[in-house]
Design a protein around this ligand. Structure first.
Ligand code: SAM
Length: 281
């Protein structure tokens, strides 16, 4: 029905208020249906962002977020902003597409955090650890975004994603297409004797809600004297990060903070770079 037909009816001598009302109802239903059809064919939607009154335009294919479109308009820095997407498409990473599934029902690890991507890009751009075939472990990997990205960018590395048991199915699903990435359960603070890695990664794992003593112990236990450790941290309430930093300084010679080298501009994220395990004689 066209908009003019209803207006003409209202100025007709035989104007019928009931019929006009019914026509208007049909008219509005038609408009709504057209809007829905239009929406279904759009590839750009405006997402309401939880922490801000601003909206962000992001290219999506219904339930897939194109991460590069998101980065190109990145204006707010709430880690929950893309929590509802079934998967995130990172485009070609290394020599093949990287699409990561999310599942918010499994907890905070079920979706990609800004720190995870920032650490991934940062570590892939640091060359000091990339000689030979380094063994890499990611702690609190969640979806596995950091380890998966690093595994694609540095194919000679062997990467192991770890997290709590409820994250295992998601890590396995996301690593199933990467030849050099495996997944397993590793709860911080538990015995990991016999395992050592050349590189240890962790994104957004230092926080007051998590066991930072267990995390520090696990990092120490998994290290050898040349292990390089990269942890992406986000400024939150003070206290937990400083406590953790103090523990790290007791266990390692070099504990520094650096600015991330990443196309994700979240201003609150920075990197701990740690090395030089202190070995008691
Ligand atoms: C904020 S999420 C970050 C996830 C992922 N690194 C990222 O950046 O997208 C923190 C992760 O730490 C994991 N975690 C928390 N406590 C843990 C523990 N005691 N042992 C192992 N993993 C833990 C959570 O399950 C979660 O996956």
């Amino acid at each position: 029905m066209e908009a003019t037909s209803m207006i003409e009816t209202e100025y007709n001598d035989e104007y019928d208020a009931y019929e006009a009302m019914m026509n208007r109802g049909a008219f509005l239903r038609k408009l709504r249906q057209m809007a829905e059809e239009d929406e279904a064919h759009r590839d750009v939607v405006v997402l309401p962002v939880l922490s801000s009154s601003k909206d962000v335009e992001i290219t999506v294919d219904h339930d897939t977020l194109c991460y590069h479109s998101y980065l190109s308009v990145q204006a707010v820095y709430d880690d929950y902003k893309h929590v509802n997407y079934r998967q995130i498409d990172f485009g070609i990473v290394g020599d093949s597409p990287l699409v990561i599934a999310q599942d918010r029902t499994v907890g905070k690890g079920g979706f990609v955090w800004d720190s995870g991507y920032i650490l991934a890009e940062h570590v892939a751009r640091v060359t000091e650890w990339q000689t030979g075939s380094p063994s890499v472990v990611e702690l609190g990997a969640g979806t596995g975004v950091t380890g998966l990205f690093v595994g694609r960018q540095v194919p000679q590395a062997q990467v192991h994603l770890t997290d709590l048991p409820q994250l295992l199915p998601l890590m396995e699903k996301n690593s199933s297409t990467s030849k050099n990435v495996t997944a397993g359960v590793l709860e911080w603070g538990r015995n990991v004797s016999g395992q050592e890695y050349d590189v240890i990664l962790g994104a957004d794992v230092v926080a007051s809600i998590y066991d930072s003593y267990g995390l520090a112990k696990t990092i120490y236990d998994l290290s050898h004297e040349r292990t390089k450790i990269y942890l992406a941290c986000k400024d939150r309430l003070s206290g937990s990060i400083e406590d953790f930093e103090g523990q790290m300084k007791n266990m390692f010679e070099h504990v520094g903070r650096s600015k991330p080298n990443s196309s994700n501009n979240n201003p609150k994220v920075w990197i701990f770079e740690i090395s030089g395990k202190r070995v008691t004689q």
